[in-house]
Unconditional design. Structure first.
Lengths: 292, 393, 559
């Protein structure tokens, strides 16, 4: 039972990792970035390639991956979102352009890495197993949870205490007003995508490390859960996303434990559906819902 | 806009009439025209056919099943190149990508059958597509040879449908008793992917075989194809203290499952079917692959005719080791060649008649036979991974 | 048919049908992504009822399946719509995706569906039948475009608030589009099943939904043939690559992705934009006739609205408090007051956009608190402080939406080419053109609002409001941003309208204009009426002077 709770928390931390980058863009810019899954997958492949080629240690790998991810995010925003700004069909077109961008990324991944799954080099990360009071926990799980919390804290600090964060909040509240008071909205938008994609690639590399491999479907496999997490957590609420990720992880683990694993797939969506109907702003949301 | 009501009514009547005719279903028999240019002189190894023989192949080269389709394409191409070099008959391989989607798969079959007018078709990669494309091939009277369509019921689609892919139930029926014998299984856990038809069908087989063998299933857990986290299911397995874990999963889920099982402290041996049989898997699993028991149609360690050359040539040509998908597709090329050479006739009818007559053909998969019903017979290889290598158990 | 291309051609037809199920919701601005779920339910249900043998010996059993699919899909969409249609935008999208996933998981685990093993049926769908269904759908959407229902869809898409104020029942329109989407998705599911002969729960997954959405948006959802363009394009691209000898593999999705990106970025409105460039949209000409059959306006002086103790608070902020007001037919009632005095909140309550939190009232026989389209139906018509025109409709179409409360639905009759539908459409057209002429925009009828000057946009909004043949016209700062020539013309227009017997309630800051046009004046400050009566007397009231010269409240107003 205790083990199942731990399982839920760990798998929830992976959901949360995927979702924070996703929810950042959604919360601040109201864009549903359907290329996020592809960015996430790119992070996994990049992490593996860099680790294999250079052998740099894990703690140094993540910033490198994040940096490349941030650049990819800026490119994504430039190509798939900025040209649409102000158009009548901005929101529908943004969905399609991000789908197209994601498709291009996945095609490029296939071109570079082929069709087979890839994994980190042998013993790249010492996967030690801890047993405390009958609880089995691996080092990767602890690192994932720790990093998820650390990234969340860092992001929360960034949003609340830095000039960029203030500008982001201003844009989230009202882009037109933000522009009027002198916020460089274009730069904030690009910054948001850079941050979101940097987080997304790191999350991808971490998940690949966790499960031991990656293939081109890695991001897509978690994308729908990501939707559930951002809505459950509340629009753009970072802590909400973290909490919702863990709630979903726990709900799944407990369903498997007490009921039947065949119905596990229903849990996130049934929960999401219920929350949308009963409390549309999400479990932890407080920001006003703006229409698309 | 300027249409008058009367003509509007006329249009409605016309449309209704059209609907009535379009909605009619006709039952045309398959036409079996034969082209004399496709029959040659001589028999067997001496057969020569002047006309180029067109063979079609439909594999999943992109999207979800590309992990298999890539190998199949390479294996079949290699076989066709070797056959062309041997002389007598010139084959042209027309390759189509079904993008792991049903619509593209059916469209690809139509193109090969109707437009390219191929003599036979190899593929598709997935049983799910075969169920719908093979009814078309049957209807059109084009022999189709499956190389990875292991689901139950495929050859039963019709007399033009054959497979050279060992059915999952045969692979499992061999690997489970072998594992029982070596490991003394009494209580096992079964983990299966409930969202994929291949694994779901294999799960049914596993249940039957275990019952036959008097092995008790103490834990039965499922997951979905795209899942990456299995710790909750594995915790239940770990708590149950089983003699072995039997896995029915696609390659994508296999690696995380096995790794997480070891992380959770499950030391019991893990037994799997066809999908396990890949060198890539061993590479991805690293240390965690030790002790995996795999039943399959081909083994890199098998000393079958031409296997060593096949592996060496494949490595040289493509820069990677072949897997079971490659080996089966490669074999399919030779089986078709056998069927053509039997009567030295590459017409669809002749290939159909002769594919079902192949008896104990000595291939890299070992002696292989195909009966008139289209089903393959061969000895499965039960292997265990020791020191990172597949070893025959 | 083209021999050897049947599957390809049928695949296009199926893609078109799927895209239409997105088209119909996109037309109404709703992001429904639950089509996979509706299609799955319909397809699986049809296996239970569709006969396995041809009907009457020769008719395809799919003829039973198609209506069953439409009914199951439509009914499912209705039931799902009841709760989820309270959501909007991305929330609606994700809620419906969740529904689709729930259906998939359910079908995977149910016994009768054989789970992941799937169901097999005989292939009964022919290429001709598939294209007949496409033709029927195309016809339905072609006739929908210039009908009253089609305009309601467009109005809801462009601006729900304004649509409601023009008499469009927004909730019902959204539900209609949602149910239509479910029904078409259901037809798609059944046709897919009987063309390929096999389905598994995973057939109807999220990627199917994304594919349909991409096709619909790519083709363009502003013209009825958009899905055909989108599906044709997406089928042609890989075929052309094949024909050019591009090897199968990653290059295909790469090129498709790049082309998709290019179309979306450079052709706003999708591929249909290209067609529109070749054949510029015609503006339906002025029939020149005078609109007939309009109900007479009430006698001047009859009370048409009465408010008693009306109040509205937002949290602790009291925007309006205990306002008593009576409006009579034929009068011009000015409402003035400093910024934040509660003027807009007051008219929003009168027109049904906001529910009062205290007091009660009745406008044209409708109790306050009812949805805005009810007021519009009763004869109230309004403009907005920040103009809320329908951006992607021409000036004429904007005004045509305005005729909603005084016209009858024409869609079903248009499907049958009934002459009465044509008469009704001509009448609506006459109404719209008359108002465009009245505000002096007849020569700019074909332009979109974005191409009009600011003053023209305000006049267009008035024309749209007038097209409803209102008893009571509410104008929220109509002269804002106008120069005084324009403001003078507007004042003349208002007097003119009053002479026709229309009661006008208008909020204005231009005191000179108010004094010139109003027959009665109400002054609000901090949500309360501080003076009311004959304009010039009220203007001289010391309290009013103080309110205007005193410290201005900075609180901003919305709507």
């Amino acid at each position: 039972m205790l083990q199942q709770l731990a399982n839920g928390v760990f798998s929830g931390s992976i959901y949360a990792l995927f979702a924070i980058g996703f929810t950042l863009v959604f919360g601040i810019l109201r864009h549903l970035n359907l290329a996020h899954a592809a960015i996430f997958t790119t992070g996994a492949f990049l992490g593996i390639e860099i680790a294999t080629r250079t052998g740099i240690p894990f703690w140094a790998l993540l910033p490198v991956v994040a940096g490349i991810g941030a650049v990819a995010g800026v490119v994504l925003e430039r190509i798939a979102f900025r040209p649409l700004a102000g158009r009548d069909d901005e929101h529908f077109a943004g969905l399609i352009s991000s789908v197209a961008f994601g498709g291009v990324l996945i095609a490029l991944i296939q071109a570079r890495y082929g069709t087979e799954p890839k994994s980190f080099p042998y013993e790249y990360f010492p996967n030690r197993l801890f047993e405390v009071a009958g609880l089995r926990v691996t080092l990767t799980q602890l690192v994932t949870l720790g990093l998820a919390l650390a990234l969340m804290l860092g992001l929360a600090w960034l949003v609340s205490a830095t000039p960029l964060g203030r500008a982001m909040r201003a844009v989230a509240e009202n882009p037109t007003a933000a522009r009027v008071v002198g916020v460089n909205v274009d730069r904030v938008t690009a910054g948001t995508y850079a941050l979101s994609s940097g987080l997304g690639t790191v999350a991808g590399a971490l998940l690949a490390l966790n499960i031991g491999q990656t293939d081109r479907g890695l991001g897509a496999s978690i994308e729908l859960i990501g939707f559930a997490v951002i809505i459950l957590g509340g629009l753009g609420s970072l802590w909400g996303a973290m909490a919702a990720g863990i709630v979903l992880g726990l709900a799944e683990a407990l369903t498997i434990h007490y009921f039947d694993s065949t119905w596990k797939g229903l849990v996130p969506f049934a929960l999401l559906f219920a929350v949308l109907i009963l409390r549309p702003r999400g479990l932890f949301g407080h920001i006003k819902v703006r229409e698309v | 806009m300027r249409l008058k009501t009367s003509s509007g009514v006329a249009a409605v009547i016309a449309a209704a009439a059209l609907l009535a005719t379009a909605a009619c279903v006709s039952e045309e028999p398959a036409s079996s025209s034969s082209d004399s240019a496709l029959s040659g002189t001589g028999t067997g190894a001496d057969c020569t056919i002047d006309e180029t023989v067109k063979l079609g192949a439909v594999f999943s080269l992109t999207e979800a099943a590309a992990f298999a389709g890539g190998y199949q394409q390479e294996g079949l191409k290699m076989a066709i190149d070797e056959l062309n070099a041997a002389g007598g008959i010139k084959y042209e391989l027309i390759l189509e990508d079904d993008k792991t989607s049903v619509d593209d798969s059916v469209a690809a079959f139509e193109k090969l059958i109707e437009r390219d007018k191929v003599s036979a078709i190899v593929g598709p990669t997935l049983s799910g597509m075969a169920f719908t494309t093979y009814t078309d091939a049957q209807y059109a009277g084009v022999p189709a040879l499956g190389v990875s369509t292991t689901a139950e019921g495929i050859p039963e689609i019709g007399d033009y449908i054959f497979r050279a892919s060992l059915p999952e139930e045969v692979a499992l029926a061999a690997s489970i008793p072998a594992a029982k014998e070596t490991l003394g299984l009494e209580k096992v856990a079964v983990l299966y992917d409930s969202a994929d038809e291949f694994t779901a069908s294999a799960f049914n087989t596993i249940s039957d075989v275990l019952k036959e063998q008097d092995i008790e299933i103490v834990v039965e857990e499922s997951f979905e194809t795209a899942d990456t986290e299995f710790s909750a299911q594995l915790t239940k397995v770990a708590d149950a203290d089983v003699d072995a874990v039997i896995l029915s999963a696609l390659p994508g889920a296999t690696v995380p499952l096995v790794k997480q099982a070891r992380d959770q402290g499950i030391t019991a041996p893990i037994v799997g079917g066809n999908a396990f049989n890949s060198p890539v898997l061993v590479g991805l699993l690293e240390g965690a692959s030790e002790g995996l028991i795999v039943g399959g149609a081909w083994s890199a360690a098998a000393e079958t005719t031409g296997n060593a050359e096949f592996i060496a040539n494949y490595n040289e040509l493509y820069g990677r080791a072949p897997d079971q998908f490659a080996a089966q597709a490669y074999t399919a090329g030779y089986l078709l060649d056998q069927a053509v050479r039997a009567d030295c006739d590459a017409n669809r009818e002749a290939i159909k008649d002769n594919l079902g007559q192949i008896l104990e053909y000595d291939s890299i998969l070992g002696p292989i036979s195909i009966d008139e019903g289209g089903e393959v017979t061969q000895e499965p290889f039960v292997q265990i991974i020791r020191d990172g290598e597949f070893t025959i158990l | 048919m083209l021999a050897g291309y049947d599957t390809l051609i049928t695949n296009i037809a199926l893609a078109v049908i799927l895209a239409y199920s997105f088209h119909v919701v996109l037309m109404a601005g709703q992001l429904n992504l639950g089509q996979a779920g509706f299609a799955s339910l319909a397809a699986y249900t049809s296996t239970l009822v569709v006969p396995t043998e041809p009907l009457f010996g020769s008719l395809s059993p799919v003829l039973v399946g198609i209506p069953v699919g439409a009914a199951v899909g439509g009914a499912a969409a209705f039931l799902v719509g009841l709760p989820v249609l309270r959501l909007r935008g991305v929330f609606l999208a994700i809620g419906t995706i969740a529904f689709g996933e729930m259906v998939r998981v359910f079908m995977t685990n149910a016994e009768w569906t054989r789970g992941a093993l799937g169901l097999r049926v005989d292939k009964w769908l022919t290429v001709d039948l598939a294209w007949i269904v496409v033709a029927v759908l195309g016809y339905l959407f072609w006739r929908l475009g210039p009908s009253r229902t089609g305009r309601a869809f467009a109005a809801v898409r462009e601006d729900e608030l304004a649509a409601g104020s023009m008499g469009v029942d927004v909730v019902r329109t959204r539900m209609t589009s949602f149910v239509a989407s479910g029904a078409i998705a259901g037809v798609y599911g059944v046709m897919f099943l009987y063309f390929f002969g096999r389905i598994t729960p995973a057939t109807f997954d999220f990627s199917l939904t994304l594919g349909g959405l991409v096709t619909a948006v790519l083709g363009g959802y502003l013209v009825f043939f958009g899905p055909v363009l989108g599906a044709g394009f997406l089928t042609a691209v890989p075929e052309i690559q094949n024909a050019l000898g591009v090897e199968a593999g990653w290059i295909h999705p790469l090129i498709t992705g790049l082309l998709l990106l290019a179309v979306i970025l450079f052709l706003p409105g999708g591929l249909s934009t290209l067609v529109a460039r070749l054949r510029p949209a015609r503006v339906r000409p002025d029939p020149g006739t005078e609109p007939d059959g309009l109900a007479p306006l009430p006698e001047p002086g009859t009370p048409i609205a009465e408010l008693r103790g009306l109040g509205k608070s937002y949290g602790s902020v009291q925007a309006v408090r205990s306002v008593d007001l009576e409006i009579r037919a034929g009068e011009v009632l000015g409402v003035i007051g400093p910024n934040g005095a509660g003027k807009t909140t007051l008219v929003n309550m009168i027109s049904g956009l906001e529910t009062p939190s205290a007091g009660e009232g009745e406008v044209l026989g409708v109790r306050l608190g009812a949805p805005s389209h009810r007021f519009a139906k009763a004869g109230l018509s309004r403009t907005f402080q920040h103009s809320k025109l329908f951006d992607r409709l021409s000036a004429l179409d904007n005004v045509l939406v305005g005729t909603h409360p005084v016209t009858r639905s024409t869609y079903l009759r248009r499907l049958l080419w009934l002459p009465s539908a044509r008469r009704d459409e001509r009448r609506a057209l006459a109404l719209a053109w008359a108002q465009l002429r009245r505000v002096g925009l007849a020569d700019r009828a074909h332009l979109r609002p974005g191409a009009l000057s600011y003053g023209d946009q305000r006049r267009l909004e008035i024309a749209r409001a007038l097209a409803a043949h209102p008893t009571l016209l509410v104008l929220d700062e109509p002269a804002a941003g106008m120069n005084h020539v324009e403001a003078g013309e507007l004042a003349a227009l208002i007097k003119d309208l009053a002479e026709d017997g229309i009661a006008v309630l208008f909020i204005e800051h231009n005191v000179k204009m108010v004094l010139d046009t109003c027959t009665r004046l109400v002054v609000l400050n901090f949500g309360e009426v501080i003076a009311a009566g004959e304009p010039r007397e009220v203007a001289a009231d010391p309290k009013v002077v103080e309110a205007y010269l005193g410290a201005e409240d900075e609180e901003s107003e919305h709507v």
